[in-house]
Design a binder for this molecule. Structure first.
Ligand code: FAD
Length: 312
């Protein structure tokens, strides 16, 4: 369409942004600056994660409350996990989210309490998995319920078929959309999507896109999540790891190329993992053809990042 460096029509794309609850005042300021900066891209919705084992329950609630109540971001979705808590406790959290105006949940099981890699045990008297949580949420009302999906298979799953079976159970119980774990090889996503559709699952499967701010960290995290960082990416980012501007520019292009390729394959909705920072996400959105002229003032660091990419 002439506005993007990629030969693909990016009009009509819908982006959603994922944030995590801040741990301290400084991170809180950073988060809300980021949310404000990225609001210029009119995200379809934004989501706020729920800490491992429910550890950030209070912070998730406060963050969601502020985003809906003070910042008037009505389309804020609350992640919610059911690990390590009895049903009554999860239900009470649902009540609190509903009271602050939440009308979209991202319903998850959560990682085992010992962390990723340890064995998951359903909590006695708790919701045993995400499908059970979806069912409980659906019984509460007619809101949107997003769930997780794993193009490269969840590490606990014996195989892809078991994974898709779990997705089907979540959909049968009322899930309306799936957001995927991040992945970097679009062939993995396309293969997964074909299998999901063959299984009769019709809800939107929205690819999760993680622009790589820090290669080493992403490689480590990807290893834990069962995601693969392809050699083609490592060889582009590895050699410039100590050159922040180059690395930033390359990371933005890698993510934008991934999005553009998915657009070519027919995808229009994308869930972006922001890591609570605006720079890379802004750069990716702009590379995809959003017009910064229509954007209100942004924090200085965002503008700098945009110019860095524009110079590429
Ligand atoms: P489920 O959908 O219940 O299961 C996931 C897969 O694991 C299933 O497909 C199934 O095949 C397999 N599986 C599950 N149980 C078993 C079993 N007993 N035996 C064998 N296989 C099994 N975590 C957080 O703590 N907070 C968040 O806010 C959060 N947000 C996320 C958002 C997205 C988009 C994604 C993709 C993940 C998120 N996670 C979050 C991580 C998630 O909690 C973990 O991946 C967790 O291990 C699984 O939760 P789930 O809802 O995907 O589980």
């Amino acid at each position: 369409n002439g506005r993007t460096p990629y030969p693909v029509d990016c009009d009509g794309l819908r982006f959603s942004f994922e944030y995590f609850p801040p741990k301290n005042d400084e991170m809180e300021t950073q988060l809300f600056q980021t949310v404000t900066a990225l609001s210029v891209f009119a995200p379809a919705f934004v989501t706020v994660t729920y800490g491992a084992g429910g550890s950030t329950k209070a912070r998730s609630l406060t963050t969601v409350k502020r985003m809906i109540g003070e910042m008037e971001i009505a389309n804020t979705a609350a992640h919610l996990t059911c690990v390590g808590a009895p049903k009554a406790e999860v239900d009470a959290v649902i009540d609190e989210f509903l009271a602050c105006g939440v009308r979209h949940f991202v319903a998850l099981r959560g990682d085992p309490q010992g962390g990723i890699g340890s064995v998951y045990e359903p909590f006695p008297g708790g919701y045993e998995n995400a499908a059970a949580l979806v069912k409980a949420l659906r019984a509460r009302g007619d809101f949107e319920i997003s769930v997780s999906a794993y193009p490269e298979k969840h590490p606990e799953s014996p195989d892809v078929a078991a994974d898709i079976d779990m997705l089907k159970r979540k959909v049968d119980n009322g899930a309306t959309r799936a957001l995927t774990q991040f992945f970097f090889d679009n062939d993995d996503f396309e293969r997964y999507l074909e299998r999901v559709r063959r299984a009769g699952i019709a809800i939107p499967i929205v690819p999760g896109i993680l622009p790589i701010n820090n290669l080493t960290q992403v490689q480590k995290f990807a290893g834990l999540c069962g995601a693969r960082v392809p050699e083609s990416i490592v060889s582009r980012l590895g050699p410039i790891d100590d050159q922040p501007e180059e690395r930033f520019r390359e990371a933005a292009h890698i993510a934008a190329e991934q999005v553009a390729d998915l657009v070519r394959r027919g995808v229009s909705d994308f869930h972006l993992y922001t890591m609570n920072r605006p720079q890379l996400i802004t750069a990716v959105c702009e590379l995809m053809g959003y017009d910064p002229e229509i954007a209100p003032a942004q924090p200085a660091d965002t503008e700098r990042s945009v110019r860095a990419v524009a110079r590429a």
